[in-house]
Write a protein that binds this ligand. Structure first.
Ligand code: KG4
Ligand code: ZN
Length: 342
């Protein structure tokens, strides 16, 4: 087979991900998560994450190669998330990738975490149309990206000016007394609720805000509006309709995200939209985006929920694209860059 066999390591946040692809085919996606260790703190604790990556790295690599039936010596390249993310967490993955690359004598590819959220869709739905408009919505990012080629020249059209979309889900979940990470819980609660029960604000969508921040997002005003609404209801002594609040909040987020993504497609003449990142697992976002893309004549691609959250397959997939497109490998001095731009 002339398709490159690539192993990818992801350690930018709280998931230790090891993925192996052959070209555009996913062989295995092994994950060890420290999310339960962070839950009692209500957010990811960097020190805890780094230590968990150290402990999980070797066993997860062993599990991935075993499940894929692949020997390390068969690999054609090693890819690793080199940024952005938590500095100490990234360093564990980068150090492991360098060790493998040196020991095996194989090329090393440092990849951007945002670009790899886009690239993972290739192992799900095949080659990415060029150009694609990508919306990345996770706990750390909310960005609209113009992607002429997933390995090269990705342009950021806009991003959040305060909280990321996933952060808003997590904070609102906390207000509603739901566990961390809150996104999946809000998603589930919202199914029982009325999404037009409460008219929450849609940040940066009208007037001068929209003019100045056409493709930017703001979710902190929405989060505050939800907290105030819940407090007022509690003060009145009436029960808080948790499902209605969850559904109405979720509606506001997904309305803003899909509206701006489709506007960006139209204004940049792009007819392919790809959505990735943990929030892309949201069932309402997926349904609304599909409906609105159908109306606008835009082809929508969203990976299955398990590939939307952080994983190693995304890194392996982007690494394979770097090999296939003839990109230059990274130096062995590859640094972990916690604030790497796209
Ligand atoms: O991409 P990801 O795993 O990690 C980052 O790079 O941040 O995203 C995690 C985020 C969390 O904020 C989580 O609450 C959110 O994705 N999330 C969801 C859903 N599943 C995960 N948000 C809304 N609905 C979901 N079903
Ligand atoms: Zn991510």
């Amino acid at each position: 087979a002339d398709q490159p066999l690539v192993l990818g390591l992801e350690t930018s946040c709280d998931e230790t991900g090891v993925g192996i692809v052959r070209g555009e085919t996913l062989l295995v996606d092994a994950i060890a998560s420290s999310v339960d260790e962070h839950a009692r703190f209500g957010g990811v604790v960097p020190e805890v994450a780094s230590r968990a990556h150290l402990e999980a790295m070797v066993p997860t690599i062993e599990r991935a190669t075993r499940e894929a039936g692949v020997k390390l010596s068969d690999l054609d390249a090693i890819a690793v998330t080199s940024g952005p993310g938590l500095a100490g967490a990234l360093m564990v993955g980068v150090a492991a990738a360098k060790s493998l690359a040196v020991a095996l004598g194989k090329p090393l590819y440092g990849v951007n975490h945002l670009a790899s959220h886009v690239a993972v869709d290739i192992v799900e739905h095949g080659p990415l149309p060029e150009p694609t408009l990508a919306m990345l919505v996770s706990g750390g990012h909310s960005s609209l990206l113009l992607v002429p080629d997933v390995t090269h020249d990705i342009q950021s059209l806009g991003s959040t000016i305060d909280d990321a979309a996933g952060e808003a889900f997590d904070k609102v979940a906390r207000v509603l007394g739901l566990p961390f990470p809150g996104g999946p819980h809000i998603d589930r609660m919202a199914r029982e609720g009325d999404r037009v029960a409460i008219d929450f604000p849609r940040g940066l969508t009208t007037g001068r805000d929209m003019e100045r921040h056409r493709f930017d997002f703001s979710f902190s005003g929405l989060k505050t509006a939800v907290a105030r609404w819940v407090q007022a209801r509690e003060a009145s002594g009436e029960p808080v309709p948790v499902a209605d609040v969850a559904a109405s909040f979720q509606e506001a987020v997904t309305d803003v995200l899909t509206r701006k993504a489709i506007l960006a497609c139209k204004e940049h003449g792009v007819s392919n939209l790809q959505i990735g990142g943990g929030v892309a697992a949201n069932s309402r976002l997926r349904a609304m985006a599909q409906e609105r893309c159908d109306d606008a004549g835009i082809t929508l691609r969203v990976p299955r929920p398990g590939l939307c959250t952080d994983n190693g397959a995304m890194v392996a997939s982007l690494g394979a694209q770097m090999v296939l497109k003839g990109r230059t490998p990274s130096e062995l001095g590859l640094p972990a860059d916690s604030s790497m731009p796209v």
